[in-house]
Design a protein around this ligand. Sequence first.
Ligand code: XMP
Length: 311
Amino acid sequence: MNCKAFVEEQVEQIRQTVGDGQAINALSGGVDSSLVTVLGHRALGTRLRTVFIDNALMREGEPQRVVRMFAGMKIPVELVDAREEFLAALAGVTDPEEKRQAITHTFYATVFGRLVKESGARFLLHGTILTDIEETVAGIKRQHNILSQLGIDTNAAYGYAVVEPLATLRKDGVREVCRFLKLPAEIADRMPFPGPALATRIVGEVTRARLATVRQATAIVEQELAGCGAFQYLAVLLNDRATGIRQNKREFGQILVVRCVESTDAREAAVTELPWPKLQRVSQRIVTEVPDVSRCLYDLTPKPPATIEYI
Ligand code: XMP
């Protein structure tokens, strides 16, 4: 790919589309939204307002870390606390597509609708990539960030137009452009993390308590597998319990899954052959450190037939 030409074209395109208006974008800290933020700021400067929406579904310390990382690049990011709104929208929802729908609606209609109205922005810059579009259109999974490709007229529905500068790239292409722009390795090499965040790793209802469980397990998996070179590693909370034994007492505890996969573009993935001692250590830490969890599994399923996330 000619990264230089790509950057020039997209910056120009953003300028032309937004004209002399205001735009807004949501940064999650993932490689896609980070690249859009950098391209958007190159194109629009202070006419782009970048927000980080705390949806209660983020990893440990993530909102503060992302704001700090961009402050280091002189890009101001506003932290918007929408935790209660997302938790309320997810209460009682167990169907995976309904969960995604609840998150999408809260994000685009409720929270963004309000921010856009307040700021007078007419455009939302979005980090949609080609794989997101393909999987949604193929009906595999409704990706959080797909709207117009599903026939949603965002102007009519939400009051703003969506601009998608990365819609022709896959994950490897996004990383290539990040490296070309000399963005910190923390961004360019960052492991993918889905927009609906930890909700994609909770089977069944998303509650504060269940989020705390998966968040703690995620931190352990990320600490232990950092540097293993895999494409993505994560923890998933199942919606079931199994009999266990702790301190000579029966315990009907929760079940966590560790997933670690190799991939280049997330369309297909192979399971990483992690060394046995590493797996044992992760499992040991999860069942001793995470309250109410008494069983840990390693997922051996490639994509396809499984997807990487569980929801
Ligand atoms: P799946 O689970 O579909 O995931 O095999 C493929 C890749 O995409 C990420 N993913 C998402 N990213 N919004 C995103 O921005 C989403 O709704 C979403 N769902 C999955 C996932 O982490 C993996 O890297």
